[in-house]
Design a protein around this ligand. Structure first.
Ligand code: THU
Length: 160
């Protein structure tokens, strides 16, 4: 038996003011979209802003449903919108943020497992890494250079 250690690099910024101008602007795009979320069941609003390789920004928010599993995450909404509007343009970055009605979120939100898989699809589709920028309402910001860092031993089209 052999043990293999899988490592990834998480970049931690004390506040959004330490980010590059491009990353800070993308977080601001996500924050500006947060109240478009439809989250009457969880009261947990999530927004994602995607920067495409052509410079366009597309946002998406979580859209819940009385039949809970029919709800869509913010990342999924943003990816589907980007792919529908610009089907041939690769995604450069995605910023994700959150707003909770009762207690403000003071730490970054990492995408759920299904959304990690969804983001991976667009990395492999365009053979281009997607940087992920994660921030709560306040506090630290995390970034990773590729969704593969959040989804080790992933399953993709290369396995089919
Ligand atoms: N949610 C997202 O939109 N993205 C995530 O990565 C995690 C969870 C949404 C789904 C649901 O509407 C609410 O947050 C609570 O789970």
């Amino acid at each position: 038996m052999e043990e293999r250690e899988i490592k990834f690099t998480l970049r931690v910024f004390k506040t959004a003011s330490e980010l590059t101008a491009e990353d800070a602007a993308l977080i601001e795009n996500a924050k500006a979209a947060i109240d478009n979320a439809y989250a009457p069941y969880s009261n947990f609003k999530v927004a994602a802003a995607i920067l495409l390789q052509n410079g366009k920004v597309v946002t998406g928010t979580n859209q819940e449903n009385a039949s809970y599993p029919a709800g869509i995450c913010a990342e999924g909404t943003a990816l589907s919108t980007a792919s529908s509007l610009y089907p041939n343009i690769a995604i450069k970055k995605m910023a994700i943020t959150v707003k909770r009605s009762k207690i403000p979120v003071d730490r970054p939100l990492a995408p759920c497992g299904i959304c990690r898989q969804r983001i991976l699809e667009y990395e492999t589709r365009f053979n281009s890494s997607i940087e992920i920028i994660m921030m709560g309402e306040t506090g630290e910001v995390y970034t990773v250079k590729t969704i593969k860092d959040l989804l080790p031993l992933n399953f993709s089209k290369f396995d089919l």
